[in-house]
Design a protein around this ligand. Structure first.
Ligand code: AMP
Ligand code: MG
Length: 524
């Protein structure tokens, strides 16, 4: 694993609003009953972390995309969501009739530098819903206008990046990776200043919660808030620790266990990112969740060729958040999280530091275990412990030949079925043959049927990921008002394992001319 990542000066991703920032609270918003039954446990239990607020008015709302499956899981009425009232609610122009939206406070380390107050500068938490499986989730709007946390930013978002978050988060969900989900994107009809004027948009996002490491960094400076926040997070995400330990005298152990549980979920999450070639792009502590979900798809991307140093974000000049640096950066973020919990871990600071350090020291092993287990599964070698050499040599070979990460694992399955031609386009025969021989021997030793193994591999190795060149083209067209390419790509990446002829081109790596120059912008 690479060492401690370099830090760079924090930079804002957004442009400063050129005129007076409109005060959203000045203008009355109408109520909407398109979604009702919101809960507000976060506001009730942690009011000092919230400011009641409302969205800016929306000149000309148009629903660009609505997630029917997710709406159904949330028990929401699709027709109501599509109605004028529903679209007004999803754009922030109307407030839920039975809930008070809030902007929430948090802090964060951005590119290594501490910002004591960030908060929802362009988001509103509408409230909480309990889905059909009994899970409590937040419904949040992103891009709904300025708030008290906007810090000179305009509070808005634009069509391209909101559709990017919609599509990539839904693709991640389809890949089985914990993530916030996207319910809708509404175009607002407002021109928003970015590098030029861009069409404004609001994303409706669903999350297990919006608690972040940054929320704890904020609360750490307000001692009366820290324990209620930690207890709320435990109740919401790790209810198994509620009664642990039995005596209040040993309550510190609960918070150590809490830290360990968050660390474990996050180690697993980042291993899953690496296994699908995902680069988050802005792993600031305010973008590291307590729930273990991926959050905030800004300048994110999927790698084509395996390359630990791959950076796509236009603002990541130091490579802090490069593909292969993600585990090390996460560990750094988790160290910041542990620091916030120290006062809860016990009365004796040295003992708390020792306990937190002991947990943090388990990170590398946990991450490596998740990664190696995942990679073994990708090559059909579950239930075996001695595949490390095979894995290392495969990664070396793929790096050397710039083999397409996603394509290689599907090609390996084809090779097992006796169709080696696609693999031959990715790895030269002379190099791959000895490796393939060792791989086959390992499978034979385990008594694995080759065809069955290939089919199992195809159920976990995606064919379609949101490849940068396709996503970029789809977002450009969508920004110009044509949603056709976006919808097609969305259909493919939300069925990532299912081969269809009409989706074949989505499996192709980007042309070299594209990969050499591609950058994503958190231009938001
Ligand atoms: P993000 O990069 O989306 O995680 O955002 C980092 C911080 O910048 C958060 O506090 C956001 O609310 C804030 N932010 C991002 N874009 C804007 C914007 N256009 N206006 C105001 N605040 C913003
Ligand atoms: Mg963020």
């Amino acid at each position: 694993m690479p060492g401690v990542p370099p830090s760079a000066r924090p930079r804002a991703c957004w442009s400063v609003y050129p005129g007076r920032v409109p005060a959203a609270s000045d203008s009355p918003t109408r109520p909407s009953s398109a979604i009702s039954g919101f809960d507000r446990t976060f506001v009730d239990e942690l009011a000092p972390l919230t400011v009641p607020w409302r969205g800016a008015d929306v000149p000309d709302p148009a629903l660009l995309v609505l997630n029917g499956d997710l709406a159904e899981t949330l028990g929401l009425d699709l027709e109501a969501l599509r109605s004028v009232d529903g679209v007004a609610l999803l754009s922030g122009a109307a407030s839920p009739a039975d809930a008070t939206p809030v902007a929430t406070a948090y802090a964060g380390h951005q590119f290594g530098g501490y910002a004591p107050l960030l908060g929802d500068g362009r988001a509103l938490l509408l409230g909480e819903l309990v889905d059909l499986h009994g899970h409590r989730v937040d419904l949040q709007l992103k891009g709904s206008g300025p708030t008290p946390f906007s810090r000179g930013g305009d509070g808005f978002a634009v069509v391209g990046p909101m559709l990017r978050e919609y599509l990539v988060s839904e693709a991640m969900h389809a890949l089985g990776i914990p993530t916030t989900r996207s319910l809708s994107v509404v175009a607002t009809g407002r021109g928003v200043h970015r590098s030029g004027i861009e069409p404004g948009a609001v994303l409706a996002r669903v999350a297990a919660s919006h608690l972040r490491v940054g929320t704890f960094e904020y609360a750490a400076r307000k001692p009366e808030l820290l324990r209620p926040l930690a207890d709320y997070a435990i109740a919401r995400h790790f209810a198994e620790f509620l009664g642990f330990p039995a005596t209040e005298a040993e309550a510190g152990d609960r918070y150590i266990a809490f830290f360990e549980a968050v660390l474990d979920r996050q180690a697993s999450l980042v291993a899953q990112w690496i296994l699908v070639g995902f680069v988050h792009g802005v792993m600031n502590t305010d973008n590291t969740t307590i729930s273990g979900e991926t959050i905030d798809y800004g300048p994110c991307a999927f790698i084509d060729a395996f390359d630990p140093s791959a950076v796509f974000s236009s603002i990541d000049h130091g490579g802090r958040y490069a593909f292969g640096n993600q585990p090390a950066v996460l560990k750094w973020n988790l160290a910041r999280f542990a620091e916030t919990l120290l006062p809860l871990m016990g009365a004796e600071p040295d003992a708390s530091i020792a306990a937190a350090t002991a947990v943090l020291d388990t990170f590398d092993d946990r991450y490596n275990r998740y990664f190696v287990e995942g990679l073994r599964t990708k090559i059909g070698l579950v239930d075996t412990t001695d595949a490390s050499d095979l894995i290392d040599d495969l990664l070396t070979m793929m790096t050397e030949h710039h083999a397409d990460w996603t394509g290689t694992f599907r090609a390996l399955a084809d090779e097992l079925r006796g169709a080696p031609s696609s693999l031959a386009t990715l790895l030269p025969n002379d190099d791959s043959s000895p490796w393939l021989h060792r791989w086959h021997t390992a499978l034979d030793r385990l008594g694995r049927d080759r065809r069955q193994t290939a089919d199992t591999m195809d159920r976990i190795n995606p064919l379609y990921i949101p490849r940068n060149h396709h996503l970029d083209a789809a977002l450009r067209s969508a920004t110009d008002g044509d949603m056709t390419s976006f919808e097609r790509l969305l259909a493919a990446v939300t069925h990532p394992f299912e081969h269809r002829d009409e989706w074949a081109h989505y499996a192709d790596p980007a042309p070299v001319s594209f990969t050499d120059t591609f950058q994503t912008f958190c231009g938001t």
